[in-house]
Design a protein around this ligand. Sequence first.
Ligand code: APR
Ligand code: PHB
Length: 404
Amino acid sequence: MTSIRTQVGIVGAGPAGLLLGQLLHLNGIDSVIVENRSREYVIDRVRAGVLEQGTVDLMIAMGVSAGLCRAGLRHEGLYLSFNGQRHRVDLADLTGGRAITVYGQNEVVRDLIDARTTTTRPLYFDAERVSIRALDTSGPIVRFSHGGTEHDLHCDFVAGCDGFHGICRPSIPAGVQTIYERGYPFGWLGILAEAAPSSDELVYTYHERGFALFSMRSPTVTRLYLQVPPDEAIESWPDDRIWEEMLERMRTGDGWQPNRGRIIQKSVTPMRSFVAAPMRFGRLFLAGDAAHIVPPTGAKGLNLAASDVLVMARALREFYEDGRTEWLDRYSDVCLRRVWKAQRFSWWMTSTLHRFPDESAFDHQRQIADLDYLTSSRAASTSLAEQYVGLPMEVSFEAAGLRG
Ligand code: APR
Ligand code: PHB
């Protein structure tokens, strides 16, 4: 058993843990990141890929934007498609020039691992038997095994950035947190295809047969999603069936449709809205998916991880600069304000664009009217646009120790 000492022990090397580690580094605060998967697994895992304007600005301010600036695809609009017609929502025009950037989460993670490596601060991959203890004392411990050796990582604080299935949230004693949750009667079947994107911008489609989404990863790779029943077996979707269904739902009256290509990845993900509050217990602070999950329709998951850790960086900076705990005490409330607005938006986007098994003919017509209103009223599309490009972060970059 060895004993290691750091200021902040970070559990999980996803976007939340890696962004936090870099923000702390920029403030001269030491951290150790402990990840239970391999470097390759973390980098290759296919995830979402939409960065809000504020997330892009944050990565630029943190000096981790070289890849993003080189390969990220800036989108100043998106399409909503229904009744066989695409309607463009001009995000930039409606939000005073703000936009989103399509850049795969796995690319973000790769860039952040490279930045971490450059700092030479520790990042353990393949950690085993990770556990946390003494959370309600001033000396919490992250215990893990690595390469056959047991380590006790002694910290001032533990950042629980280990995602929805991690060990940090379940380490909080029962009764401390309130869980807010809702499920959806469908999932998303997602594919990556070797095909040039046939549209420069995302297309969200509401169709009689269910929701479909056109997205992309690069000038040669298209990313597509289909609403399917929950727990649908991927085996029941041979490639030909996937293409048939995609084209059936997405094809518009003017002949637009996605280009076909070899499918290089396919999987089914369930949809869930989830919040565990407060996001803190003693010296444990949760961030990102460890504390909340949104259905992917609003493309908010990664962006919420970024806004959480910005608040945490500010709080820890103030603690280490002058011993003040005010922002640590406010951490959960400040994060949850933004989290709940993103929860509401993600639920609304999901409800507006999917077919529900128990819906009536009235519900269906109301949904069409919703979409008609959304795409024909400047007030309604402005509301969509400002939320899609991202509501303001609750903390300025300067307050988190960045130059702005
Ligand atoms: N010990 C150490 N690491 C763990 C453990 C554990 N017991 N359990 C999970 N992890 C790791 C996972 O392997 C993963 O690399 O924690 C990391 C959590 O990363 P994410 O799941 O990506 O979560 P987060 O960093 O909060 O980012 C949120 O991820 O799920 C997407 O859509 C979501 O884009 C959003 C983003
Ligand atoms: C994606 O490109 O993976 C993506 C885009 C938009 C979403 C969800 C996922 O709403």
